[in-house]
Design a protein around this ligand. Structure first.
Ligand SMILES: Nc1ncnc2c1ncn2[C@@H]1O[C@H](COP(=O)(O)OP(=O)(O)OP(=O)(O)O)[C@@H](O)[C@H]1O
Ligand SMILES: [Mg+2]
Length: 265
């Protein structure tokens, strides 16, 4: 724990956190001795190439993995009860289709998601929250009435995941590559929805991506990861204008042309 008792505990606090898989010759240090803290209401992006440990770190934050070494807390406490953790900390992952059951209507699944809440909303309130969630992502509720996941496109389903977040209103959202399946236009919309979650609902957001251009656009702070370590962190301007690590320079070179425009704005 950070030892400043008058300040509120950070949302996430990591001190020398390591998460390994396997042992001996097969040992993988997916997350290797990372330390950071994330404050209430921040959007922090974890940026790095494939296999650098972004998703494993995201899963530690979700309480799906426990670190092998170091200290990790959520608002000052270790994560022991995942169910109550998920009341406050929710996620959207890469593939929206794996998050929805093909055999139930979308609306019923959005409503069922509210069952995770400690205080269950009434039927009327649940309907109202689902409607509000859909409208927050610019979908008219009646347009998905009676529809099943297979009847929607990948981009529409990704918006359904965000509608679920708008309906659930968790305190914290972990968004792991939520824009990977969509075209540039829908991608920009999703980033706008993330910012709307922060501005309108005060949500703390951890955004995981390999694209530093996207991260620049939405974040208050960037963590650059490479081989399990956070090799650099700072504001988007600090990190992109004065990169300190060669891995950051590499990520900047890898930005798709279209997002380079954002860096110049
Ligand atoms: N359950 C697991 N068992 C063993 N190794 C794992 C497990 N999960 C992840 N790893 C390994 O940990 C490392 C980091 O994986 P992680 O999924 O965090 O990468 P990532 O940065 O999210 O990559 P991507 O951008 O491709 O999603 C990889 O070497 C991966 O193979
Ligand atoms: Mg990943």
């Amino acid at each position: 724990m950070p030892n400043n008792s008058s300040a509120p505990a950070p949302v996430f606090y990591a001190k020398n956190v390591t998460k390994t898989f396997g042992h001996g010759k097969t040992l993988v240090k997916a997350v290797d001795d990372v330390s950071f803290s994330i404050a209430d209401g921040e959007i922090v992006s974890i940026v790095g190439g494939s296999g650098c440990g972004k998703s494993v770190l995201a899963k530690v934050m979700l309480g799906l993995y426990k670190q092998n070494q170091g200290e990790f807390t959520y608002r000052g406490k270790a994560i022991t009860d995942t169910r109550s953790h998920w009341n406050e900390v929710q996620s959207v992952f890469q593939d929206p289709f794996s998050c929805f059951n093909q055999f139930f209507s979308i609306r019923s699944q959005l409503k069922d998601a509210l069952n995770i809440l400690k205080v269950k909303p009434s039927k009327a309130e649940a309907d109202a929250r689902v409607d509000a969630g859909l409208m927050a992502v610019n979908i008219t509720p009646k347009d998905i009435e009676g529809k099943y996941p297979f009847e929607l496109s990948g981009g529409q389903m990704q918006r359904m995941l965000l509608a679920r977040i708008f309906a659930l209103r968790p305190k914290v959202l972990i968004a792991d590559e939520p824009t990977s399946m969509v075209d540039a236009c829908v991608r920009a919309n999703i980033l706008d929805y993330l910012m709307k979650l922060k501005v309108e609902l005060g949500m703390t957001i951890v955004f995981v991506t390999h694209d530093i251009g996207l991260a620049y656009y939405v974040s208050d702070r960037l963590f650059i990861m490479h081989e399990g370590k956070i090799v650099e962190s700072g504001t988007p301007d600090e990190v992109t204008q004065h990169p300190q690590s060669p891995h950051t320079v590499q990520l900047l070179e890898d930005i798709p042309e279209i997002h380079k425009e954002w860096l110049k704005r």
